[in-house]
Design a protein around this ligand. Structure first.
Ligand code: TMP
Ligand code: ASP
Length: 240
């Protein structure tokens, strides 16, 4: 596999072409951002920590039949993935009320939810990722009814795998964000999971103490961000 030109630089990862048009390289940088890019920093070891956590989680998901773009880890900071045409929405599942949901409805952070709640957001930093519903997505052409169903079904299946995985490590999976797309070598097939699963895109609280182990440490200036990401990795069994 030959690494070719840079295709896209996101807020935390850079995507490179390869000699195979259906395969890309995701390079995890040490950059961290919050509030749609308004708050930026560099954190030592972040790139390799997230690359390793993502590889481990995608492997666990694949083992239970959840399809993703992940092909394999190439080195400490890079993974090979399938090239994808992404759906421009973000899928969030919440097990506990926190973050924007707590603010939106005036409900205390930490309030347990009787069932997981699913939310869609339009992926747009400029618009601050507004909440949207099935009708917005379907009528405005961001995804079809079939794709909406697939995104909901897979996002809930991920909860069924990851909630117990983190619970076994003494961690509550409070909420998380997933993104989906079609592999370019199977454009008419079912949606598969893209992007990443790392502490950048979820909330993880210590089950006993409630200590935050995720990107809220950066958003809220709690300090020792990567130390806590690595604590998550160590507890769930990611080789670092
Ligand atoms: P929220 O409470 O800010 O809506 O976020 C819910 C979860 O989704 C939280 O774990 C963070 C994650 N998320 C992202 O990773 N990126 C985003 O752009 C958004 C809106 C949420
Ligand atoms: N992922 C978004 C950003 O980096 C939002 C956030 O995490 O606060 O800017």
């Amino acid at each position: 596999m030959e690494k070719r030109q840079e295709l896209y630089k996101g807020k935390a990862k850079t995507v490179f072409a390869t000699d195979d048009p259906h395969r890309l390289i995701m390079h995890y940088r040490d950059d961290v951002s919050a509030f749609d890019g308004a708050k930026l920093a560099k954190l030592d070891l972040k790139g390799e920590t997230n690359n390793k956590i993502n590889a481990y989680v995608m492997g666990k998901l694949a083992a239970t039949g959840v399809p993703s773009h992940f092909v394999g880890m190439l080195d400490e900071r890079e993974s090979l993935v399938k090239a994808m045409k992404m759906v421009p929405v973000e899928c969030v599942v919440r097990n506990v009320c926190a973050g924007s949901m707590a603010k939106r409805y005036g409900i205390a952070e930490g309030t347990k939810l009787a069932e997981p709640i699913f939310e869609f957001f339009l992926k747009s930093d400029a618009l601050h990722d507004p909440l949207c519903n099935d009708d917005h997505i379907r009528v405005l052409g961001w995804a079809t009814l079939r794709e909406i169903g697939e995104m909901k079904a897979i996002t809930h299946r991920v909860n069924a795998v990851l909630k117990p995985l983190f619970a076994a490590a003494g961690i509550d999976l409070v909420d998380y964000k997933l993104e989906f797309g079609h592999p370019t070598d199977d454009p008419d097939g079912p949606l598969v999971l893209g992007d990443e699963f790392t502490p950048d895109g979820c909330r993880l609280w210590d089950a006993k103490t409630g200590e935050k182990l995720d990107k809220d440490r950066f958003r809220r200036d709690l300090g020792e961000v990567i130390e806590h990401y690595r604590e998550v990795a160590r507890r769930i069994g990611v080789p670092l």
